[in-house]
Design a protein around this ligand. Structure first.
Ligand SMILES: Cc1cc2nc3c(=O)[nH]c(=O)nc-3n(C[C@H](O)[C@H](O)[C@H](O)COP(=O)(O)OP(=O)(O)OC[C@H]3O[C@@H](n4cnc5c(N)ncnc54)[C@H](O)[C@@H]3O)c2cc1C
Length: 334
């Protein structure tokens, strides 16, 4: 335990606190909004502390996850419990203990790009929001899709709107929130739905030329295909759902590029109840030189793909990162 000044809602009090986490609450404002495609809206943020935003050792962001805190209607953003600029150990419990109607809504997103300040321009952070549900175009015949507070906020966002982004603080060295860890793998499979597109896009931009493999992306419509760039030898497959069941094309796409093993079957992975638990398995050291797979998106789809790769293909579990980014029919707790 150490003694430090705790900043809370403008107050500063002396208190015993546990060691602080290397995370920081960045108070930012929307500086630009760009509708990339019918379902992707890129929102650019600027803020006084963005220079302190943490990244990987080479400045890369890969699948760096962040939390966004959206203000409750008619309320300002709440101050989060902080110690010398970093979040205090129990900031989340403190935030959750506040009245639901005033504390705002917290959701998880990916840093699509982070640009340091240059030539008179301030540092900027891009997040690509998927517009799901109300207000988003729905192809003829598609089921009605639910909206949520984050998607609704993105749909209405305009320059000047405030938001709190919780992300790693460069001052602390360690960058929490990056899961993509292919080690020395030379073959890579990236697969995901529209919520994983920002992460896959940033990962592709960082891959070296000697890496080969596939990226399979399922998105709502063909108008949502984006131009992605990479130096690696990656075959990119965009799949337009166009009203089909979520995950159907992604599942076929993965099976099309990674065939089941002819004789060797792997272990049956333990089942995960995706309605009760978060599907999340991210090995930090992939086996050398083989295939490394990174999969993210709707939890039930990702659970089934995990079973396919581990049991039917016989992939080493240590070479596969699986992440349920959202669950159909459920609002994820902040
Ligand atoms: C590590 C991580 C990184 C992520 N990165 C991104 C990102 O960069 N961009 C991005 O857009 N999303 C991203 N997501 C997913 C995002 O957090 C969820 O989609 C989140 O539920 C959106 O919040 P909401 O308030 O709009 O909807 P919620 O209130 O959470 O959900 C309301 C309803 O909408 C449904 N729903 C939620 N998301 C979707 C969807 N995409 N399509 C259809 N129905 C949906 C839910 O099932 C529920 O029925 C990420 C998630 C994780 C865990």
């Amino acid at each position: 335990m150490s003694v430090a000044a705790v900043e809370h809602g403008g107050r500063s009090i002396q208190e015993d606190v546990d060691p602080i986490r290397p995370m920081r609450a960045f108070e930012v404002r929307v500086s630009a909004v760009r509708q990339l495609t019918p379902h992707f809206r890129r929102i650019t943020f600027t803020g006084p502390d963005l220079e302190l935003f943490g990244t990987g050792p080479g400045g890369e962001t890969l699948d760096l996850r962040i939390k966004v805190l959206i203000p409750a209607p008619g309320h300002t953003l709440p101050a989060l419990l902080a110690v010398r600029g970093a979040l205090a150990e129990d900031w989340y419990r403190d935030w959750r203990s506040r009245e639901e109607s005033v504390r705002g809504v917290m959701r998880t997103y990916t840093v699509r790009a982070l640009r340091p300040a240059a030539a008179g321009r301030p540092a900027e952070l891009d997040i690509d929001f998927v517009l799901h549900g109300a207000g988003a175009p729905t192809p003829a015949g598609a089921r009605t899709v639910a909206s949520g507070p984050a998607a609704a906020w993105a749909l209405a966002a305009s320059p000047g709107d405030p938001l709190t982004v919780i992300g790693p603080c460069a001052r602390w060295g360690e960058c929490l929130g990056i899961e993509f860890a292919p080690g020395e793998a030379r073959r890579i499979l990236l697969a995901g739905d529209e919520t994983a597109v920002p992460a896959i896009a940033a990962i592709l931009e960082s891959l070296p030329a000697h890496v080969k493999g596939h990226a399979i992306l399922e998105v709502p419509t063909a108008a949502d295909f984006l131009d992605l760039s990479t130096n690696a030898n990656i075959e990119l497959s965009w799949l337009a759902r166009s009203g089909r069941a979520h995950g159907e094309l992604l599942s076929h796409g993965v099976r099309g590029v990674i065939a089941p093993a002819a004789c060797r079957r792997g272990e049956e992975p333990e089942d995960v109840d995706v309605d009760a638990a978060i599907l999340w398995e991210t090995p930090q050291a992939a086996p050398e030189h083989g295939l490394y797979a990174w999969l993210a998106g709707e939890a039930a789809t990702i659970r089934d793909l995990r079973r396919y790769l581990v049991r039917d293909v016989g992939m080493d579990r240590g070479a596969v990162a699986f992440m349920g980014y959202w669950r159909d029919g459920q609002a994820l707790p902040g």
